[in-house]
Write a protein that binds this ligand. Structure first.
Ligand SMILES: [Fe+2]
Length: 264
């Protein structure tokens, strides 16, 4: 799926852009799922898991997404999460941050990626995607950059002109932000993001108490496509993120002194 040039560009810069990745019919179906999801959210009642919406659910193991992810991180990887939202005019910004999952943040030995999907494109209204190529190699805490708000920083790339159905692949540790922009009345942004983790280390679970139930639900819904992508939803690939955050917060001083290998 990816050329060698794309693979090395991703390694170097931490992102790739795919214009018109989804066709019109796919976008229409995904947008209608997002409309239903937003209606459920607005109703104040029980909101189904996103994977229970048929088109959003099957997006998780979309064959071309699986091919790209495999090209980046090899055949064995886990699904971390899928978010979807419809953003209208006046949607707030997302300050500079990075989304790599690790507790605590110490290295980037294994790859984690996010796909950003823009089902009706980007046109300079509502919000611009911003990121800084290469920053995926600099280890910072997820929220450490928020004091920078959405200021333009040295090296910032702004993505604000994409046709409908485009996808942007980023290394999850790439520093990125969404800068709020005026306009967008009557033309909301249909956005989803999906995230995958390279096998080889355990990863923090999705940060909700029902993360195991959610993985089981995705297996039940056959989102692994008859076992073809069984590696996506394996509980054994994760540890409980909320418990780990508590543990790490409870250790005073240098955490290295608490490693099993420490024997002085
Ligand atoms: Fe993010």
């Amino acid at each position: 799926m990816l050329t060698d040039a794309q693979k090395s560009a991703f390694l170097q810069d931490g992102y790739l852009v795919f214009e018109r990745f989804f066709d019109e019919a796919e976008c229409a179906a995904l947008k209608s799922d997002i409309d239903e999801l937003e209606s459920a959210r607005a109703s104040g009642g029980n909101v189904p898991f996103i994977c229970e919406y048929p088109h959003l659910g099957s997006l998780i193991s979309h064959p071309r997404i699986m091919e790209i992810t495999e090209d980046i991180m090899g055949p064995d990887f886990l699904f971390h999460h899928l978010h979807a939202v419809r953003q209208g005019e006046g949607a707030g910004p997302a300050n500079w941050h990075q989304d790599y999952e690790q507790i605590p943040q110490t290295n980037r030995a294994h790859t984690m990626v996010h796909f950003f999907y823009y089902f009706n494109g980007l046109n300079g209204t509502i919000g611009d995607l911003m990121f800084i190529p290469g920053t995926q190699r600099t280890v910072v805490n997820n929220g450490a950059l928020s004091f920078l708000k959405t200021e333009t920083l040295p090296g910032t790339v702004v993505v604000n002109d994409l046709p409908p159905g485009s996808a942007v692949l980023v290394h999850s540790a790439l520093w990125h932000a969404r800068r709020a922009m005026p306009g967008g009345e009557g033309n909301p942004r249909y956005f989803a993001d999906a995230s995958y983790c390279q096998a080889g280390v355990l990863w923090p679970s999705y940060g909700i108490s029902q993360w195991r139930e959610l993985l089981m639900k995705m297996r039940e819904l056959n989102l692994d496509r008859d076992g073809k992508f069984a590696h996506l939803f394996q509980e054994e690939g994760f540890y409980d993120a909320r418990k780990a955050h508590e543990l790490v917060r409870s250790i005073p001083g240098s955490q290295a002194l608490h490693l099993k290998e420490w024997d002085e």
